[in-house]
Ligand binder design. Sequence first.
Ligand code: FPP
Length: 265
Amino acid sequence: MKQVKSDQIHENGRHHSPHRVLKEAIPEHVAIIMDGNGRWAANRDKPRSYGHLEGSKNLLPVVDAVIRNGIKHLTLFAFSTENWGRPDNEVRNLIDILGEVLNTEILEIHNQGIRLQHIGHLNRLSKTFQQAIQDGIELTKDNDRLTLNIAFDYGGRDEIIHAIRNIISGDIPLSEVTEENFHEFLFTRNLPDPDLIIRTAGEMRLSNFLIWQSAYSEYYFSDTLWPDFSTKDIDNALLEYSRRKRRFGALPSLMKSHNPSNTFT
Ligand code: FPP
């Protein structure tokens, strides 16, 4: 008899392939903290830059898996406002890698119907880099198969301060600021909040990522280092998500349907 692994058994007891999570239980927005490149390289006695390069090779396969599963928005944490504190050569290396990915893959990204977006700041980056990102955003702006949202020079606290400054200098009276219209001032204004946040490499923290938007996100932590994080790991994360009961702080009997399948009913 074919052996079925425990991660292939759905909570209702039926055998369930990770590829067959019910469509209704697929998150709309997945965000990933891609951690562990440095450790992956150190395990092989290689420089950290080698880990980042190998990590970057994982981007398109993961994007493919996300599309195959019907996810509409993917946010990747590629460089935080705190990452400027790393040695200059590592910072330059991360910037160069994203620049190279954009140069070599932007047409493929476009052909796949992916819309590229950026959250964070561009003004601390070189003009060439800024132009490459802006060109990619412009080229792909009408695509709607997947929004690929790259968080680069992004920090959640910085984003909130940025939003507050814009509110104060804008037209909305402070007494009329609500949770809903505050969202309009965030970098993620055109995205739903992330349903699922994945972090690789065994750390269990948010590290200043989407701290406003993650109030009711589900979390999935994996020990796998980012360069080894495979499409199978994405499938497992989605299967685990499909088992979660989301209540958004409400009582089950009073739940409005935020998520048609895996809300508590
Ligand atoms: C964390 O690993 C990862 C990063 C700081 C950057 C993530 C970058 C990539 C996946 C490659 C490039 C992709 C883009 C889009 C630029 P770490 O260095 O903190 O690993 P460690 O915790 O093992 O030291």
